[in-house]
Design a protein around this ligand. Structure first.
Ligand code: FRU
Length: 454
C-alpha cells in the first residue's frame, strides 16, 4: 500500500485518475473535437492490480472529465494496454456510416500469463461492447505478446498494428479490424538497450526540412542499473508490412532523459503526432506518497524531427498551453511564486532553483555543455529505496543545440523540461512537502514565467 503523503500532491493540469491506480495511457484517439484518454487502471487500490481501462475525455488536453470505466477484466483475463482507432468508414461493421465506431484493440492477460489480442467497439464513445470473436490474435507461443497499437496503413490502405513480442515487435494487417494477418517483424537487431519490449507505436513525422520519416517507439522494462524503464525510438521507413530502420545509431535514442516518462504512445486520428506517456517509473510507482491516487500522465507533446550533427532526432513541444504562454512575464534573479503550477521559457545558460520553506530544492540547469536536473533534495524521498539512489536523483545530458531554448512546466509534483528546443526532454516527479514558493535564477540569459491558474 502507498504511504499517505504529507500533502496533496495531485497535479492540476496533468491527468490523474479520480482515485486509485493508473499506469500506461491506452487507446488515445481524437474524435469530433474530443481527445479520448483510456488508461491502465485498478479501481480498488492505489497500486497495481487486475487491470481495467479507465476513461477520460478532454477538449484542451489539460482539463479531463472522468468517464465510466470502459473495459472490465473478463474470462480471457485482465485488460492490458492497447489502442483505439476511429473507424470512420465503418470497415468493422460495428457502427454505421453516420455513426462510425471507435474500435479498441487490447491485450487480454489471462491465467498463467497467457497474452492475446482482443477487440471491443463503441458507437457513443462511452460504452464498449467486446467482440464474441475474441481473441482476434491468439497467442503464438510467446510469453510477452502484448500492447497492440493499431493505425491506418497509408501504404496498403488498410489497418495495421504493431505489438510487442518478447525482444522484438510484430506487425499485422487487417481490412476490418477483426481478421488479422501477420506481415513482418522488427528486432532485436538494431536495438541498443536491454529489457523486455513493451508498448510499441509506429507513426510518421515530418522533419523541418520536409523529409518524412517513420518512427518506431518501444518502451523497455530493464534493470535498476539501467533506469528500470525508458522509452526508445528508431527512425526509418515503413513499407506497408514492416518497419525498416534507416538511421543506424551508436547509442539508443530516448524519448525522454528523465526517470518518469514511460509507455507513451501517440493519439490516433490526428494529422501530426501527439505523444503522451505515464509520468512514473515502475521502480517505485507502487509506493509514491500520493495517497488516494497513484500515477499521472505527462502533458501531451507534439513531436517533430530535427536534423542534428548525429542525424535526425525527435524534438517535443507542449501542446495546449498557448493561452497561458501568451501571459509570460520576465523575471530576474529572485521571484516569489504564488502558484503551484507554472511554466517558464528560458534562453541562455541558466541555473533555476525552485525552493520551499523546508529548504527543499529542485534544480534545473543549462550550461554550455549540458542540461542538468537534480531532485536529490527536492522533497520526500524515503518512501522507496530506489527513489533515493543517486542514479535516480539527477541526470546530466550533453547539449544537442547550442542556442537552444528551454521550456519547462512544474505542476505540484511533476516537472517536465524540454531543453534545446525540445531535443532534450526530462520528466521527473518530486514531492516537496510545502509548495515551492521561491525561484532563484543564476547565470546569463532570460527567463519568462507564466502562471497556470485553474
Ligand atoms: C507497461 C505494461 C504493459 C502492460 C501493462 C500492464 O507499463 O507492462 O506492457 O500491458 O503495463 O498494466
Amino acid at each position: 500500500m502507498s504511504t499517505k503523503g504529507s500533502r496533496n500532491y495531485r497535479p492540476n493540469i496533468h491527468f490523474t485518475p479520480p482515485a486509485m491506480w493508473t499506469n500506461d495511457p491506452n487507446g488515445m484517439v481524437y474524435v469530433n473535437g474530443i481527445y479520448h484518454l483510456f488508461y491502465q487502471h485498478y479501481p480498488e487500490a492505489p497500486n497495481w492490480g487486475p487491470m481495467h481501462w479507465g476513461h477520460a475525455v478532454s477538449r484542451d488536453l489539460l482539463h479531463w472529465k472522468h468517464m465510466p470505466i470502459a473495459l472490465y477484466p473478463d474470462e480471457l483475463g485482465m485488460i492490458f494496454s492497447g489502442s483505439c482507432v476511429y473507424d470512420r468508414e465503418n470497415t468493422s461493421g460495428y457502427g454505421t456510416k453516420e455513426k462510425p465506431p471507435i474500435v479498441a484493440v487490447y491485450t487480454n492477460h489471462g491465467r498463467h500469463g497467457l497474452e492475446q489480442q482482443s477487440i471491443a467497439y463503441s458507437t457513443d464513445g462511452i460504452h464498449f461492447e467486446k467482440s464474441y470473436q475474441n481473441p482476434v490474435i491468439p497467442n503464438p507461443g510467446i510469453s510477452d505478446f502484448r500492447d497492440p497499437k493499431a493505425f491506418y496503413n497509408p501504404v496498403k490502405n488498410c489497418w495495421s498494428l504493431v505489438l510487442a513480442a518478447g525482444d522484438r515487435v510484430h506487425f499485422y494487417k487487417s481490412e476490418d479490424l477483426k481478421r488479422w494477418e501477420k506481415t513482418g517483424e522488427f528486432g532485436p537487431e538494431g536495438n541498443l538497450a536491454s529489457g523486455v519490449w513493451e508498448c510499441p507505436d509506429l507513426f510518421q513525422v515530418e522533419a523541418e526540412d520536409g523529409r518524412k520519416l517513420w518512427v518506431l517507439i518501444v518502451s523497455m522494462t530493464t534493470t535498476t542499473e539501467d533506469g528500470r524503464c525508458r522509452t526508445q525510438y528508431f527512425l526509418g521507413d515503413f513499407d506497408g508490412d514492416k518497419f525498416i530502420q534507416q538511421q543506424k545509431e551508436e547509442e539508443p535514442l530516448w524519448i525522454d532523459f528523465g526517470f518518469d516518462n514511460y509507455a507513451g504512445v501517440t493519439f490516433q486520428n490526428l494529422e501530426e503526432p501527439l505523444f503522451l506517456g505515464w509520468a512514473m517509473n515502475w521502480g517505485y510507482a507502487n509506493e509514491t506518497p500520493t495517497g488516494e491516487y497513484c500515477g499521472q500522465m505527462t502533458l501531451a507533446r507534439s513531436l517533430r524531427a530535427v536534423k542534428t550533427e548525429k542525424g535526425y532526432r525527435l524534438a517535443a513541444s507542449f501542446a495546449g498551453l498557448e493561452k497561458y504562454q501568451h501571459s509570460a512575464y520576465p523575471v530576474n534573479h529572485m521571484q516569489r511564486l504564488c502558484t503551484d503550477t507554472f511554466g517558464m521559457k528560458v534562453t541562455g545558460t541558466k541555473k533555476i532553483t525552485l525552493s520551499n520553506a523546508h529548504g527543499q530544492k529542485l534544480v534545473i540547469q543549462v550550461t554550455e555543455d549540458e542540461v542538468f536536473v537534480d531532485r536529490t533534495h527536492a522533497g520526500e524521498h524515503a518512501f522507496h529505496e530506489q527513489f533515493q539512489m543517486p542514479q535516480y536523483c539527477s541526470v546530466r545530458i550533453p547539449r544537442m543545440k547550442q542556442d537552444g531554448k528551454m521550456e519547462l512546466i512544474f505542476d505540484v509534483s511533476v516537472l517536465e523540461v524540454l531543453a534545446d528546443d525540445g531535443l532534450i526532454p526530462v520528466s521527473m516527479v518530486a514531492y516537496p512537502e510545502a509548495p515551492y514558493d521561491q525561484v532563484l535564477l543564476e547565470g546569463s540569459g532570460n527567463v519568462e514565467l507564466y502562471e497556470i491558474r485553474e
